[in-house]
Design a protein around this ligand. Structure first.
Ligand SMILES: Nc1ncnc2c1ncn2[C@@H]1O[C@H](COP(=O)(O)OP(=O)(O)O)[C@@H](O)[C@H]1O
Ligand SMILES: [Mg+2]
Length: 292
C-alpha cells in the first residue's frame, strides 16, 4: 500500500489555496480561488459519470492526436486510485524531483505524463488514500510538476461526483471539460449527475464523447450498434452540448492499450474527435471573449 507523507514529496511551486483568502465550496456552486495556469495554455478535464466507459483511453487518444498535430501535450492522471494512463502508454518507473519540482515522465512521441502509478512499487499495489490526500496530490501534480509550456494539459478525472472531482473543479483552473459516456451507461442518468455537478461549479462543458458506440462485423465489415441506438445524441441535445464524436469499439484500442502502445493508434474517428474538441474549445473562447 502506498502511504503518503505529504503527497509526492514534490516541492509545489503553487501551493493549494487553503489560506483565509480561499473561499470554501458551498451550496449553489461557490468557487475556490483557483491556482494560476502558468505556461499551460488550455487545461482540459476529461470526465465521466462512472468508470469503465473508456475515459482514460479517450484522454490518451485525444492527447496523442493533438500531439500528432504538433501540439505540446501533457496528461495529468487525476484518477489517483484507478490510474491507467501509464499502462496505456507503456510508462513505468518513478517521478524524479531534481529539487526544483517533479519531472513528468515523457513518452516516445513527447507526451508528458504524471500519475499516482509512478508513486507505488508495481502495477498491483493499490493507492489507498482518503479523499483529502487524493485531492492534495492532484493539486501538487498540477502545481508542483515542471510541465513546461504546454498547449494542452488533459486531466483524466476520477469518475463520479465525489469530493475529489468537486475540489479539483474548484482549485484547478479548468478551461473546458469533455464528458465520456457509452450507449449502455444507465440511459445517461449517471452522466447527467456528473454534467450537472460540473455546471453547478461553473466548469465550461465542451461536449460529449460517445465511446464504444458501434462495432465492425468481422464477416461483412458493416458497422452496427451492439447496444442499440443509445442516447448520446439525445443527451447532448438535452444538455445543449455538442456530440464531439462517436468512437467505435475497436479491438486494436484494447490490444494496443494492454501492450502499452496506445500512442500508435490513429483513426478517422479519433481525428474527428480532435477536430470536434478544437472547434468546441474555440467556440467557448469566443463566447468568453464576447462576455468580457
Ligand atoms: N473504443 C474502444 N474500443 C475498444 N476498447 C476500448 C475502447 N475504449 C476503451 N476501451 C478499453 O476498455 C477498457 C476500459 O477503458 P478505460 O479507458 O480504462 O476506462 P475508464 O478510464 O473510463 O475506467 C480498457 O481496457 C480500454 O482499453
Ligand atoms: Mg480510467
Amino acid at each position: 500500500m502506498a502511504v503518503p507523507s505529504d503527497g509526492t514529496g514534490a516541492a509545489p511551486s503553487r501551493p493549494p489555496p487553503s489560506g483565509p483568502g480561499a473561499r470554501r465550496p458551498g451550496a449553489g456552486g461557490g468557487v475556490l480561488q483557483r491556482l494560476p495556469k502558468g505556461n499551460l495554455q488550455n487545461v482540459i478535464a476529461v470526465g465521466s459519470g462512472k468508470g469503465g466507459v473508456g475515459k482514460s483511453a479517450v484522454t490518451v487518444l485525444l492527447a496523442c492526436e493533438l500531439a500528432r498535430q504538433g501540439k505540446k501535450v501533457g496528461i495529468l492522471d487525476a484518477d489517483v486510485t484507478g490510474p491507467s494512463v501509464p499502462k496505456l502508454l507503456g510508462l513505468s518507473g518513478h517521478l524524479l524531483d531534481k529539487g526544483e519540482g517533479v519531472e513528468p515522465a515523457v513518452t516516445g512521441k513527447g507526451l508528458k505524463v504524471v500519475s499516482s502509478q509512478f508513486l507505488v512499487e508495481d502495477e498491483e499495489t493499490p493507492v489507498i488514500w482518503r479523499g483529502p490526500l487524493v485531492t492534495r496530490l492532484i493539486v501538487q501534480f498540477f502545481g508542483g510538476v515542471n510541465w513546461g509550456a504546454l498547449d494542452y494539459l488533459l486531466l483524466d478525472m476520477p469518475p463520479g461526483t465525489s469530493d475529489v472531482p468537486l475540489t479539483v473543479f474548484q482549485t484547478i483552473p479548468i478551461d473546458g471539460m469533455v464528458f465520456v459516456t457509452t450507449p449502455q451507461e444507465l440511459a445517461g442518468l449517471i452522466v447527467k449527475k456528473a454534467v450537472n455537478m460540473a455546471r453547478e461549479l461553473h466548469v465550461t462543458l465542451l461536449g460529449l464523447v460517445e465511446n464504444m458506440a458501434t462495432v465492425k462485423c468481422p464477416h461483412c465489415q458493416k458497422d452496427f450498434r451492439p447496444y442499440g441506438k443509445g442516447r448520446a445524441r439525445e443527451l447532448a441535445q438535452e444538455f445543449d452540448l455538442p456530440l464531439l464524436a462517436s468512437l467505435p469499439i475497436d479491438p486494436r484500442i484494447s490490444e494496443l492499450g494492454d501492450e502499452g502502445k496506445l500512442e500508435q493508434y490513429a483513426s478517422p474517428s479519433v481525428a474527428g474527435l480532435a477536430s470536434g474538441f478544437l472547434q468546441s474549445l474555440e467556440e467557448s473562447r469566443k463566447r468568453t471573449l464576447t462576455v468580457l
